[in-house]
Design a protein around this ligand. Structure first.
Ligand code: UGA
Length: 447
C-alpha cells in the first residue's frame, strides 16, 4: 500500500478517530482544528474525548500524526484532505454548513492537486454547491469527493477498521479511486456513486436505523397494552433474514449527536424541496413521546411525583461514551423536575458533561449515593455496570425498591426475585410483578 499524506480538518470526534485510524494504516496525517486548547491537548498526548481504544491508537501512531492550527500546513502536506467539521442543526432544522464554507474560504494556494473529501454529514446537494464555490474561486484543480462516515460512538475505532461498506461519491473517477484506495486494506465492499447519491446514502441509512428504533418502540407500547413481551417479539422478528436483528432494542428513545440532528436535516431537506416526509416526521414524534413515557410509569407506582426522589442511572446518550448531546436523560430530568420530583443522577463517565445540562439535578459520584432513600431508580442508559443494580445493598438503601428499566437491561424474573418492583419497556410488567397498591393510583390506572 502506498503511504499517503492525509489532511484532516476538524479534530472533533469524527476527525480524531479518522486521523488515528488512517495513521494506524500507515499514512502520515496532519490534523488541523481552530481550537488551540484541543490541538495543544492532542499534541501532548491528551485525548479530549472518550472513545474506547482511541487514546492507545493515537499513542501508538504518534510519529505519523501532526496537530496544527494552520490550515496551510494541511494543504502543503496532503493530497487528500478530509473535512470533518461540525454540521449542527439550525433553528429551522437545516444543517448549519458555515464551518464547511469557512474551510472553502480558507483553502490556500497550492501547486499540487488536492482532493477535498467530505466526511461531515451534509444535505444532499452540498457537493454540487461546494463544487460551484470552488470553481467560482478559481480552484477547479481542487477535487471533491463525498465519503460519508458510518462510525458509531463507543465502537468507532472498531467500526472504522471493519466497515460494512465504504461509500465514495466523486465528480472525477480518479479522485474517487484515490479515496477508495485508502480503504483497500480493510477489504470492505466499495459503493462508487455520484456525489448526491453518496450524500443520500448517509442520510437514508441513519433515517432507516431511527425508523427501526421508533418502530420497535411503538411495538413495545402496543405490547404493554396487550400483554406481549417486546424482547421476545424483537427476537422473533430479527431471525427473519430479510429483517435482521439490529436496532430492534426498545427503550426510551434515541439520542446523540447524529440521529436527532440528521433526522431533522433530512426532513427539512425534503420540505425545502416541496416534499413532506411523513414517515420520518412520525419517527421523530414517536421518539419525543417515548422519552416521556417513563414519567407515567413512575406515576403508576408512586402516584404524584411531587416530593418523590427519583435516581436517573446512566446519563450519556448511550453506553461507552461521555457524549450527552440530545441524551434522553436531559428531557427526562426536566420532565421529572417539572412534576416536582427531586432528581438525583449518576453516570460512570459523563458526570462532568452532564453538570451544565442537568440544572436542578443532584449529580452523585456513586450509584449507591444516587439510589439512597430514592423512591425509584430509572435505568436511562444501559451501562454494563447497571447489570449489578438489583443487589441487597441497593434494595435496602432505597425508600421504595422500584426499578424502571428504560433499556430492558435486566432480567425481569431475577430483579423481582431480588425483592424489587420492576417495570420495563414493552414487557408484561404490573400484572405479573405483584405490585403493592399505591395510595394514590395514577391517571393511567384509574382509566
Ligand atoms: C449513529 C449510527 O449508528 C452510525 O452508523 C452513524 O455513523 C452515526 O450515528 C453518525 O451519523 O455519525 P451513534 O449515534 O454513535 O451512531 O450511536 P447508535 O449506536 O446508532 O445509537 C444511537 C441512539 O439510538 C442511542 O441513543 C441508542 O441508545 C439508540 N438505540 C440504538 C436504541 O434505542 N435502540 C436500538 O436498537 C439501537
Amino acid at each position: 500500500m502506498e503511504r499517503e499524506a492525509i489532511g484532516i480538518l476538524g479534530a472533533g470526534w469524527v476527525g480524531t478517530v479518522t486521523a488515528a485510524c488512517f495513521a494506524e494504516l500507515g499514512h502520515d496525517v496532519v490534523v488541523r482544528d481552530v481550537d488551540s486548547a484541543r490541538i495543544e491537548a492532542l499534541a501532548t498526548g491528551h485525548v479530549p474525548i472518550y472513545e474506547p481504544g482511541l487514546e492507545e491508537l493515537l499513542e501508538r501512531n504518534r510519529e505519523r500524526l501532526t496537530f496544527t492550527l494552520e490550515i496551510g500546513d494541511v494543504f502543503r502536506a496532503a493530497r487528500l484532505v478530509f473535512v470533518c467539521v461540525g454540521t449542527p442543526s439550525t433553528h429551522s432544522g437545516d444543517a448549519d454548513l458555515s464551518a464547511v464554507y469557512t474551510v472553502l474560504d480558507e483553502i490556500p494556494e497550492v501547486d499540487h492537486r488536492v482532493v477535498l473529501v467530505m466526511k461531515s454529514t451534509v444535505p444532499v446537494g452540498t457537493g454540487e454547491k461546494v463544487r460551484g464555490a470552488l470553481d467560482a474561486r478559481g480552484l477547479a484543480h481542487v477535487g471533491y469527493v463525498s465519503n460519508p462516515e458510518f462510525l458509531a460512538e463507543g465502537t468507532a475505532v472498531h467500526d472504522f477498521s471493519h466497515p460494512d461498506r465504504v461509500v465514495v461519491g466523486a465528480f472525477a473517477t480518479d479522485d474517487g479511486e484515490s479515496v477508495a484506495a485508502l480503504y483497500r486494506p480493510l477489504e470492505a465492499p466499495v459503493v462508487h456513486a455520484d456525489v448526491a447519491s453518496a450524500e443520500m446514502i448517509k442520510l437514508a441509512s441513519n433515517a432507516f436505523l431511527m425508523t427501526r428504533i421508533s418502530f420497535i418502540n411503538e411495538i413495545a407500547n402496543v405490547c404493554e397494552a396487550t400483554g406481549a413481551d417486546v424482547v421476545k417479539v424483537a427476537e422473533g422478528i430479527g431471525l427473519d433474514h430479510r429483517l435482521g436483528p439490529h436496532f430492534l432494542r426498545a427503550g426510551i428513545g434515541y439520542g446523540g449527536s447524529c440521529f436527532p440532528k440528521d433526522s431533522l436535516a433530512l426532513k427539512q431537506l425534503a420540505a425545502n424541496s416541496g416534499y413532506h416526509f411523513q414517515l420520518l416526521a412520525a419517527v421523530i414524534e414517536v421518539n419525543e413521546l417515548q422519552k416521556r413515557r417513563v414519567v407515567h410509569k413512575l406515576e403508576k407506582h408512586l402516584g404524584t411525583l411531587r416530593g418523590k426522589t427519583v435516581a436517573l442511572l446512566g446519563l450519556a446518550f448511550k453506553p461507552h461514551t461521555n457524549d450527552m448531546r440530545e441524551a434522553p436523560s436531559i428531557v427526562l430530568a426536566s420532565r421529572l423536575l417539572a412534576e416536582g420530583a427531586k432528581v438525583r443522577a449518576w453516570d460512570p463517565v459523563a458526570v462532568d458533561e452532564a453538570r451544565s445540562l442537568l440544572t436542578g439535578v443532584e449529580l452523585t459520584d456513586s450509584l449507591l449515593d444516587a439510589v439512597r432513600d430514592a423512591d425509584a431508580a430509572v435505568i436511562v442508559t444501559e451501562w454494563p455496570e447497571l447489570q449489578e443494580l438489583p443487589t441487597e445493598a441497593v434494595r435496602d438503601s432505597m425508600r421504595t425498591p422500584l426499578i424502571v428499566d428504560g433499556r430492558n437491561l435486566l432480567d425481569p424474573a431475577s430483579v423481582r426475585e431480588a425483592g424489587f418492583t420492576y417495570e420495563a419497556i414493552g414487557r408484561a410488567s404490573s400484572l405479573l410483578s405483584g405490585l403493592p397498591e399505591t395510595e394514590e393510583p395514577s391517571r393511567e390506572l384509574k382509566a
